[in-house]
Write a protein of this length. Sequence first.
Length: 166
Amino acid sequence: MFKKLFGKKEQNNEELLVAPLTGKILDLEEVPDPVFSQKMMGEGLAIEPTSGEVVSPVKGEIVQLFPTKHAIGIKTDSGLEILVHIGLETVSMNGEGFEGHVEVGNKVKPGDKLITFDLDLVKEKAKSIVTPIIITNSDVVEQMDKLNSGEATKGETELLQVKVNQ
């Protein structure tokens, strides 16, 4: 017991990712864009959203918020880097219909609101509403297990259990 209190703190190298959006869980191979479906950006999965709110899938720090607010990057304490990219070819919308609720450097925890967006506008103006959730530094991943399929609820549904190399 005293070792736990006073001993050297072990670094946790496991990360649990919860759904950043509410919607249908898709395999990355189902994303209608080869950059994502062929895992050029990294491993992960995607969600076809049914509402326009993105929450943090993990505890970490915001390391990137694109000026157009269509994508956000988060780094966890274990070093995992996660990109949530709302829709496909949404950069061409130049931020129209997107609102950021965090800034680079902010600390977040699962369920914290990151971005809201006009789902109907994205449906109308973008190639797809499918939203990839990518581990951009997949080289540090020792093991990744997909925990759910079907429907996801933002901030609640557990998506991935990831073990990070130390």
